[in-house]
Ligand binder design. Sequence first.
Ligand code: 13P
Length: 253
Amino acid sequence: MRSNIAAGNWKMNTDVEFGLSFIKDLHDKGNHDNCEVIIAAPYISLKSMVELKSNLGSSIKIAAQNCHLEPKGAFTGEISEAMLKSIGIDYVIIGHSERRQYFHETEDQLLAKIKIALENDLKVIYCCGEPLEVREAGTHLEYVADQLNGSVCQLSQEQLSSIVIAYEPIWAIGTGKTATSVQAQGMHHSIRNLLAKTFNEDTASSMSILYGGSVKPANAKEIFSQNDVDGGLVGGASLSVDSFYEISQSFPG
Ligand code: 13P
């Protein structure tokens, strides 16, 4: 059985103090028996958040938003997967559209990052998704299939058990414009079919596929009720404990 996941991606928005009070407040709201909860915070907050959630005995998982593709070396300003692992990080986001767009990350580079993350026992949230013009041209399924064929589909079946896929249509990120549940389900179904064809049905049905793009308390229930949607990767609405908690409570009973 695949898990339901509520993941928050804070992007470049929060400081250390915010991270600590968020973890404490989220923990105080009670157990998350219905889903796995992941918070992807800026690098500077990660260590103190891991320490706090361990002290609290919380099951919240902490994620980095990026990592470098080389294991070590002269890459001023970069952070390696081994460094993330050494402070107790559980997940790393790889391939967010903002990294693809602003930092020109290619599918080959993303695959290298995924491989090195897995070697370091980190789980990966791999992001894919099409820009507006591709959606309007009607070639979004092929576009996302190409992204997956160049990355996740190059892995072994065993490696796939450490991957979560997040479908984030670029036109829905931070725009307040959410994909309809039918659009999300259509893409998630197509991704799962591709995984079934590339690997097998069992592997495909065991993988969590998250939707990201203006998820908020008002639409989370509807989106999460779709058969192939296993949760959300939430940006803006993850910056408030109350709204993120409400989203995490939006899975079908
Ligand atoms: P928003 O929820 O702010 O649209 O951001 C989505 C996202 O990019 C999460 O990674």
